[in-house]
Design a protein. Sequence first.
Length: 414
Amino acid sequence: MRTSLWTILARACLATACALALAPAARAQTFQTAAQHAILVDVDSGSTLFEKAADEPFAPASMAKLLTADIVFEALKSGRYTMDTEFTVTEDAWRRGGAGGGGSSMFAQVNSRIKLSDLLRGLIVQSGNDAAITIAENMAGSEAAFANMMNQRAKEIGLTRSNFRNATGYSAPDQRVTARDMARLALHIIETYPDYYKIYAEREFTWNKIKQQNRNPLLTLDIGADGLKTGYLEESGYALTASAVQNGQRLILVVSGLKTARDRAAESRKLMEWGFRAFEPRQVFATGETVAEASVYGGERGSVPLVAKKPVRVLMPRGSADRVTAKVVYQGPLSAPVEAGREVGRLRVLRGDVVALDQPVYAGEAVGTGTLSQRAMDGALEFGTDLMRRAFDKAAGKGETKGEATVEKAANPS
């Protein structure tokens, strides 16, 4: 659909702003961390409370096992396997992932058959490389083939800047993730597999008569932590993807590039506690409230109200009085008929040039097809607008505009 400059009549009067869907954080950050990469996200609102180099790639180390586990969870959910399905530990898994491999291991015996329920605990609680390789080879035939599955799954989840080469997180060329992608993966696991996610909170697991403690340092602290996964490689330092809940509020953090395991635990705790205490929730729009109107081409009416399907709640620094800007963005004008409930655009809240919130908006009412004269008039207006846009682009030395029609509405928080 061609882009027009039709007017959107903004009715919203925003009182606050936040970040949604892991969009870049949009506030003056006061927290400082020694981590090279970090992000802190509020799950309910989608607010990115803090970020540092969140889109710069780094080696994931054992945090790659989050995606390995996700693929198993999806196979369990689909019915392909059950928790009682047994996988065989190959000699390759035993040699590369066992005690002799030099990394973390569940100490699985070669040629033994292990239930998925135990392999998952070996993978999640003990961070067993032998568990990861066993899963990969049994599910895909080889770890290389499983890595292809991982990259396909990463695309489906929306991990836009990550690439995987193996199931373990062992150092490999081009195996890279970002903090934002890891937070997105953690959120996906938490929301999609709530029953399987509980495994991440288990404090210990015993296999082959060897008891090992969960490697997540936050689980033993009184901050509400219930997952997810640590990682360490010499090239990328100590890392952690974690989540915690306090008073019904869930936060997800990712840190990487710390020098010691103690630094990882301390920085993660500081960041999580800061997130819980430094912000307060505010509601921007109620469910069904009109946030703007979008122009309609060839309709019985010239516009349609745009609404949010759920309350738009955000987190703001306590006592903040920052100025924000709201935009409703859509490709338009919309062509009649327009069905009620159809997703037609995005509500974006900005602080400065940074997107703080990005959320879909929907047609609040149906708009039927207009009369012949209405359609003719709209066609003439659209034709004239299109000519002006093309002329402007030509004068500016640009190609044909592919942007979206937008409106800005400045507001001060209450």
